[in-house]
Structure formats: C-alpha cells, structure tokens
Design a protein around this ligand. Structure first.
Ligand code: SF4
Length: 368
C-alpha cells in the first residue's frame, strides 16, 4: 500500500484531546496501517501532550471498538482510525479518524466492462421476472450469480467504494455520466455512514433500480460480498493500481459450490457450536439463541460459545460436529477452509434443516 499518498486526518483528534485535557488515549488502527502506528503515536503525543497506548489486537472494522478493557486501564478516549462510525455504542468516547487516499484512477479502462454489464442488466430489465432460463442462458445474463431471479425496475449503475476512496464518488459519478451512464450513489442503512459506502457485512444501499455496479477500491473482500448479496454484475476499478477488472461468475459459482457442499456436510450433524461474537458490532445474541432453538426443534444440540476473536485454534477442539457463526459473517464465507469442521452461516443452517430453501437464491448473511 502506498502510505505516502494517504491522508491521516489527526487535527480533530488533537483538538479534542487538548480541549478535554485527556491524559491517556487509546489508538486503534486497521491491520494494513499497523506499520505506521508508532509514527502516529509519536505525532499524537507530540501535538496533544497526552500519552497514547496502542490497542494492538487485530482490528478489521468499526464493529470492533475497544471498550471495557481500555476503560479499566484508565483510557479516556479511543481514537479509531480508518473506519467510520456504525450504529453501535461501545460505551467509550470514540473519535473516528478518516483516512483518505489521494489516487484518482482513469475511468477509461473500466468503460468497456461497464458497457457490457449495462447490456446484461438491460436484458434482465427487459425480461419478465417470471421467465425461466436454461442454466446457460442464466449464466450468460449473470442472472443466476446467486441463484436468484429478482426483477429490476431500472438499470442504473450503482457507484460504491471502500471508505478511503469515498471522497471520489461525486466526481466519478459526473465523469461516468459524461461517458453515458446513468449513475446512482446508493445510500444504505444505519450501519453505513456515507453514501456509496459498503462493508463486508452490509450492502443495504442496493435496490431494484440498480442493474450493475462499479466498486472503487482494491482487493476482493467487498466485491465478493457485494455480488453474493446482490447477484448483480460488478466492475472493479483499483485506485492504487489504476487497473480495471470484473468479478467473474466462475469465482462466485466456486464460492456457492463450496457453501452448498458445507450445507450438505452438516445434514447429518447432531451437535453444533454456535459462535457469538463479543465485539460490539458483531454481537448477534438473539440470532444465536434462535439458532439454538431451531436446532432443538430438530432434535439437535447447540452450544453457545462467546468469543472475541474467532480462529481455528480456539474452536476446532470442541467435540461438536459443526459450527454456526453469528459473529462477523465473513468468517464463515472467507475462512471456512481453515477450520477442521464445517463452519456455516445461520441461513445455511436453516437450509440444511429444511427451514429455508436454497432454490429461492443464496442469502448473504448481512448484519443490518
Ligand atoms: S462484522 Fe466483519 S465485515 Fe462487518 S465491519 Fe466487522 S469485520 Fe467488517
């Protein structure tokens, strides 16, 4: 990552520390910025006069705010870097520090992909929602990316991005409109702070007027979730490299095959560990208890296991047949191969038990 071109906006933090005369502040930074953490601690200490303690445990999102342990340590303020505030209260005063990247990739390389995807969404728009397609036709139309044939009411291009590139969206909307696309920057629910923002667990800005997407960002974490959630064609433009690409049907199909294999694998399972995330923005206690009740209804046993971090060495040894994850949804989707036993989402468990149907389309495990 080109850190020289990132802007870490520390001024508001320093003023807040100084005006409240805070003495001890915790700094929480995402994994990709940890190398810069000591430099940031120096700067905050020099400019504010407060002492800074780094919350050095892994941090992957604003769902993961440090709270009670830091309070017990006497920390008065948490400075959380690189993520935006979501609809949770950690119980600790928290300052969110935006990080923006200055790179502005040329849109030219992505226009051809967007044109192709617009054609696919036009086809879908013009088809009756009740149309039956052969498998081949569905693949061609990208309608069957997640097994759903949901109707569109328009074929707008949804422009989204990861947080460090969101400041570019309005400008890119204009450029793409000038290139002939009808563009919208979707606004999601309470978990998302900004228009066009997506999280690995929330794509709530999607609606039936959006026929295809452009994601401004790098990596495939958000893109995979976006297609699993929406089933719509997705083009990618990476501000770090300027490269354009698309999320392929084959890639999504491979993930869906793996999910289906896990659903089959837990068909005969009788005992389950039900994982509850202890992080403030991942805790879905009611969902976990509902999973336990559903298992009981089917004559199976579910044990509620609460963890801060979920990893193979912390759960593999329990004598259960499989695990259901209600913590960060991406643990089951992205990491399941690391676990010795099947690790499924709540929806997948319900499909395995016959409570829900796979045929109505794969349902992404979203945290609202
Ligand atoms: S729950 Fe998972 S995907 Fe959602 S913000 Fe947290 S780490 Fe990211």
């Amino acid at each position: 990552m080109d850190l020289e071109r990132h802007d870490f906006q520390l001024d508001d933090l320093v003023s807040r520390i100084r005006s409240n005369d805070h003495r001890l502040v915790a700094l929480q930074v995402p994994e990709g910025l940890k190398m810069q953490a000591l430099e940031m601690m120096d700067k905050i200490e020099d400019d504010s006069g407060a002492k800074v303690v780094l919350a050095a445990d892994p941090c992957y999102g604003a769902c993961d705010l440090v709270h009670d342990k830091m309070m017990a340590m006497g920390v008065e303020l948490v400075a959380h870097m690189g993520h935006s505030q979501m609809n949770i209260d950690s119980g600790m005063p928290t300052q969110f520090i935006p990080v923006t990247y200055e790179g502005e990739p040329d849109i030219e390389p992505v226009l051809e992909i967007l044109g192709k995807h617009r054609g696919l969404s036009m086809d879908k728009l013009n088809s009756s929602p009740t149309s039956e397609f052969t498998e081949e036709e569905a693949q061609e139309k990208f309608l069957d990316a997640v097994g759903r044939i949901s109707s569109l009411t328009d074929n707008k291009l949804g422009l989204v991005g990861s947080i460090q590139h969101l400041h570019l969206l309005e400008k890119y909307k204009e450029m793409l409109q000038n290139a002939g696309f009808d563009v919208t920057i979707p606004t999601g629910g309470d978990r998302l702070t900004f228009p066009g923002q997506v999280l690995g667990c929330n794509y709530s800005g999607d609606d039936s007027t959006i026929g295809h997407y452009l994601f401004l960002g790098s990596g495939d974490f958000h893109p995979i979730g976006l297609v699993l959630h929406t089933g719509k064609p997705l083009a990618l433009l990476d501000p770090y490299t300027g490269e354009a690409s698309e999320m392929s049907f084959t890639r999504i199909e491979r993930i869906l095959r793996q999910r289906f294999g896990l659903i089959m694998a837990i068909g005969e399972a009788n005992t389950f560990g039900i994982l509850i995330g202890e992080k403030p923005g991942q805790m879905r206690r009611n969902l976990a208890i509902r999973m336990k009740r559903i298992l009981e209804k089917h004559g199976k046993k579910g044990y509620l296991l609460a963890l801060d971090h979920v990893s193979p060495d912390l759960i593999d040894f329990y004598p259960v047949d499989a695990f259901v994850n209600t913590a960060c949804p991406r643990i089951a989707i992205d990491d399941s191969v690391r676990y010795e036993k099947p690790l499924v989402t709540p929806y997948e468990l319900e499909v395995a038990l016959g409570e829900k149907e796979w045929e109505s389309g794969y349902q992404f495990d979203e945290i609202p």
